[in-house]
Structure formats: structure tokens, C-alpha cells
Design a protein around this ligand. Structure first.
Ligand SMILES: NC(=O)c1ccc[n+]([C@@H]2O[C@H](COP(=O)([O-])OP(=O)(O)OC[C@H]3O[C@@H](n4cnc5c(N)ncnc54)[C@H](O)[C@@H]3O)[C@@H](O)[C@H]2O)c1
Length: 261
């Protein structure tokens, strides 16, 4: 993180980040906490949470092992967070991914579609439903969804089920913005291009030969892929009061690789 940007703008704020054991989720949770927020960090991977946040967790991070595929588990864990924090101000629906499913439509099964949509769309729906009542009641909230360049412009590495699922996350975000704006809750999504997390780097190298990878990178106006801070910084901005008039925005974070008017 850029030292100049360090502030305490989230002091007193309470956040939840899902999929927080993953590279992006951990970076987002740490960014929010570095600026003063208390952060609940959820993942199904208990060991991953310990690696990212230490086995004790400390006062700043409230760790819970939650499988977001279960509505019951989500509701139970949400009650625990609301009880411990007395409310939640910021929800980051980060858990997601393409589940290493085939790239081509004719190779994808019905099950690939069901599971990919469940992981990317329904998990965000379940988590949002579990917190939106409390945020609306308090008259303040920020929902930030992890969309993707894939859901708006298609993808070099992920197949149609993932692209469609992320497109649906984008539409869900706009719908939230419309419904909950009057209650003081904003909803936005960030749409990263390739960020070389461990998962993505493997896929990128598997799907595209070196020459192609180099050509694709060179064609990006900023000439490189994004890093974790590019995403965590944008999420922090959308969670901050500087973004209080921004809702229903799908924010491209791709170095200009794909642009739209
Ligand atoms: N890395 C990229 O290039 C990129 C680009 C665009 C969008 N995204 C999106 O950003 C988000 C994070 O991506 P990442 O690359 O860090 O992925 P990742 O696979 O490293 O992390 C995802 C985390 O979600 C957790 N998770 C998966 N299923 C879960 C479940 N059922 N319950 C609870 N936790 C579960 C995993 O254990 C993992 O820790 C995803 O939504 C992804 O689609 C990533």
C-alpha cells in the first residue's frame, strides 16, 4: 500500500469480507482494517484464514469458517457478526471464482453452470440478504461485489458459465442500488481484469501460450496486469465517504484493457 494514502477513515466502521482466505479477499480485509475498520473474515478454508490472519485473529479480525453454499450457515454466521459488532457497515462479497471448469461451452456441463452460478451469484445473494436488513435499519451501508471484466467483456481464461455468473452479479448490484438507495445503502461492483493471484496465474499459464500472454499484456494501455492493491484500494474507496454519492456503478479495473463509454 502507498504510505501516503494511509488514513483512519474506517475508524468505528464494521466490515465483512467473504472469501477472505484468498489473495484478493485477504488484501481487501487487511486494507479496510489498516484504515481502522473491524473486519469479519469468512472463508470455508479454515487453514487459509489462519495463514492470512494468524491463528489468534486478534481484536481486529473476527474469523469464521463459513461455507457460503449453505443459507443456514450464512444466517448463523451473520447473527454472530451482528452480535459481536453490534451491526455491519460494509459488506464485501468477494468469494467467487471459475472453479477450474472447462473454457469452451460445449465442454461445460449443466453441473458446471449450477456450481459456478452458486459460487459467484447466490453466495452474494445469501450474504447480502443476511445483512441488508440491519444496514437498512441503521440507514447506512455499503455493499461491494466482486464482479469481473469477464462478466462485461468476456475472458481469456474463464468460460461462459463464469462470464454469465459475473454478469448476473453486475445486474444484482444495480438492482440492490435501486432498492436500497432510499435506505442509505449503496451498492457497487469492482470488475478486475487479470490479477495474478495463485489461482489465476496457474490458469493463465495453462490456457494461453507465452507469446499470446505477452501480446495480450502489451495491448493493455497501461501495459501490465493489476495487483492486489489496485483492487483493495478501489474497494476501500467505494466503502469510504468519498464515494457517498456513488451507487450502481460497475467499476472497470483493468488498466484500459477493455473500455466502454
Ligand atoms: N484474480 C483475478 O484475476 C480476478 C479477476 C476478476 C474477478 N475476480 C474475483 O475476485 C474474487 C476473489 O478472487 P481470487 O482470485 O482471490 O480467488 P481465490 O480462489 O484465491 O479466493 C476465493 C476464496 O473464496 C473461498 N471460497 C470458495 N468457495 C467458498 C464457499 N463456498 N464458502 C466460503 N468461501 C469460499 C476460497 O476458499 C478462497 O479462499 C472472486 O470473486 C473472483 O471471481 C478475480
Amino acid at each position: 500500500m502507498n504510505d501516503v494514502s494511509i488514513s483512519q477513515r474506517f475508524r468505528g466502521r464494521r466490515a465483512l469480507v467473504t472469501g477472505a482466505a484468498g489473495d484478493l479477499g485477504a488484501a481487501i480485509a487487511k486494507r479496510l482494517s489498516s484504515e481502522g475498520a473491524r473486519v469479519a473474515v469468512w472463508d470455508k478454508n479454515s487453514n487459509g484464514l489462519d495463514i492470512a490472519f494468524g491463528s489468534a485473529g486478534g481484536d481486529t479480525f473476527l474469523k469464521s469458517v463459513v461455507d457460503l453454499r449453505s443459507e443456514r450457515d450464512v444466517k448463523q454466521a451473520a447473527a454472530g457478526v451482528l452480535d459481536a459488532f453490534g451491526g455491519v457497515d460494509i459488506v464485501v462479497n468477494n468469494a467467487g471464482g471459475a472453479l477450474d471448469r472447462p473454457y469452451y461451452l460445449l465442454d461445460q456441463t449443466e453441473e458446471d453452470w449450477v456450481q459456478t452460478i452458486d459460487l459467484n451469484l447466490y453466495t452474494a445473494v445469501r450474504v447480502t440478504k443476511a445483512f441488508i436488513g440491519a444496514m437498512s435499519g441503521a440507514g447506512y451501508g455499503r455493499v461491494i461485489n466482486l464482479g469481473s471484466k469477464a462478466g462485461r467483456y468476456s475472458s481469456y481464461i474463464d468460460g461462459p458459465a463464469y462470464c454469465a455468473a459475473k454478469g448476473a452479479v453486475h445486474a444484482f448490484t444495480l438492482s440492490l442500488a435501486m432498492e436500497f438507495g432510499p435506505k442509505g445503502v449503496t451498492a457497487n461492483a469492482v470488475l478486475p481484469g487479470l490479477i495474478m493471484t495463485e489461482r489465476v496465474r496457474k490458469l493463465w499459464e495453462f490456457r494461453r501460450p507465452l507469446v499470446e500472454r505477452e501480446a495480450i499484456k502489451k495491448a493493455i494501455p497501461l501495459q501490465h496486469h493489476g495487483d492486489l492493491e489496485d483492487i483493495s484500494g478501489a474497494v476501500a474507496f467505494l466503502a469510504s465517504d468519498d464515494a457517498k454519492f456513488i451507487t450502481g456503478t460497475l467499476l472497470d479495473l483493468n488498466g484500459g484493457q477493455s473500455m466502454a463509454t
